[in-house]
Design a protein around this ligand. Structure first.
Ligand code: HEM
Ligand code: HEM
Ligand code: MTE
Ligand code: MO
Length: 328
């Protein structure tokens, strides 16, 4: 039988863990979950790299065989994963940087997602059946060594960056704290800043137009974009519990809906933590940052901070009945 089976199975486990923890790192917003997830993510991704010397022997053998199905996909998979791993390390070491309008993290996530169909094709054309004997003491020892090496490598990449790189446990680096005008303007996917007339339409609360009264609730909160940057600002506005009053019996969620249609749903119990903000750093919000009003959702990643809020609705649907990430 050909060797390398355990290497291949280890690769399968590691890619699966890297994809799962990468996705999870976008879903969690606050420590300690963020550190746990990004540490597991860095270690699983870097462990793939540590296995290259072993996998290389497996892959080279394929070159000596006649042309066979899935060979090209296997090599393309290698290229995509190497790009993904290196751009992940670039984000960790250099922080949030834009080159020709593109960030390392965008390339990182895009190549990781593009690798999925190639991985599936690789598994179909190169099947590998686990065996009971794979769980020997020797395998466990090797797995332990690999894990230790991967954690050491993750610790190393964390120390490689300049000390000035203020970095959160999410991997995001600081941009424009306390100076909103220096904070990047970011959209999740397809949204664009809506025209003024559209933004300025009155706020609808449970379907009825509402004039915002006294706006004197203030919080300091970190906007941490999954694009790889964060900023702390002093946000001012009104907490949703004050805006909405007591929730009706049976209410389970609050839908916060942008004039663009972008929307997020929150547990009704969190109304007191959510702020509908109209200013940051003592200045009215700029159009790019959500004027005239945006949501501030402390402890949640940036995609929850709905900009250009046009409507807020208390609903009976459970908070989990929504896509885990926005679709627009
Ligand atoms: C996750 C990263 C992986 C990369 C980048 C990768 C890459 C490659 C490449 C480039 C080859 C040579 C292609 C060929 O000649 O067909 C190869 C061969 C192979 N791979 Fe992978 N692979 C990965 C994971 C896996 C996994 C998860 C399995 C199975 C569980 C697997 C099983 C195999 C087998 C059985 C071969 C053929 C070895 C031989 O010719 O004797 N690989 N891999
Ligand atoms: C095959 C899939 C993936 C691999 C092999 C991989 C690997 C890596 C590696 C090696 C790093 C650098 C960690 C470090 O040096 O400390 C990294 C960082 C990162 N990855 Fe992935 N990744 C994958 C998929 C994803 C996905 C799907 C996402 C998000 C949806 C993601 C999000 C991130 C983020 C946010 C960072 C920066 C975190 C930090 O700096 O600690 N990754 N990844
Ligand atoms: N309507 C709407 N709100 C949105 C988004 C969007 O695309 N559309 N992007 C979210 C994301 S991903 C982030 S990180 C923050 C960015 O806020 P900023 O542009 O003020 O920095 O807004 C959030 N609110
Ligand atoms: Mo974001």
């Amino acid at each position: 039988m050909r060797g390398g089976r355990r290497t291949n199975l280890a690769l399968l486990v590691l890619v699966a863990v890297a994809l799962a923890t990468g996705t999870a790192s976008f879903a969690v917003g606050a420590p300690p979950a963020t550190s746990l997830v990004t540490t597991a993510h860095a270690a699983s991704g870097l462990a793939l790299l540590l296995l290259v010397p072993w996998k290389q022997a497996v892959a080279r053998r394929g070159l000596t065989r006649p042309a066979h199905p899935g060979r090209r996909a296997g090599w393309l998979l290698s290229v995509l994963l190497l790009i993904s791993i290196s751009t992940g390390v670039v984000q960790e070491v250099a922080g949030f940087t834009t080159v020709l309008g593109i960030t390392a993290l965008q390339v990182h996530v895009a190549t990781a997602l593009l690798a999925i169909p190639l991985l599936v094709r690789h598994l179909v054309t190169h099947p590998q059946r686990p065996r009971a004997s794979d769980l020997s003491r020797r395998t466990l020892l090797a797995a332990g060594l690999l894990g230790a090496g991967a954690l050491a490598a993750a610790g190393l990449t964390r120390r490689l960056g300049p000390a000035s790189l203020a970095q959160r446990a999410t991997g995001s680096t600081e941009r424009g704290s306390f100076v909103p005008s220096r904070m990047p303007v970011t959209q999740w996917f397809t949204d664009v800043v809506p025209p003024r007339a559209q933004r300025d339409a009155p706020l609808l609360v449970n379907g009825a137009p509402v004039e915002l009264g006294v706006l004197d609730d203030e919080v300091e909160a970190v906007l941490d974009c999954t694009g790889g940057w964060f900023a702390t600002q002093r946000w001012r506005g009104i907490h949703l519990d004050r805006l909405l009053g007591a929730a009706p019996a049976g209410a389970r969620s609050i839908d916060v809906i942008s004039t663009t249609g972008y929307r997020r749903r929150f547990p009704v119990e969190q109304a007191g933590e959510l702020l509908l903000a109209t200013s940051a750093g003592g200045q009215p919000l700029s159009p790019g940052h959500g004027a005239p009003r945006r949501l501030v959702a402390p402890g949640r990643r940036g995609f929850w901070w709905v900009k250009w809020v046009a409507a807020i609705e208390v609903v009976e649907d459970p908070p989990w009945r929504q896509p885990p990430f926005p679709l627009q």
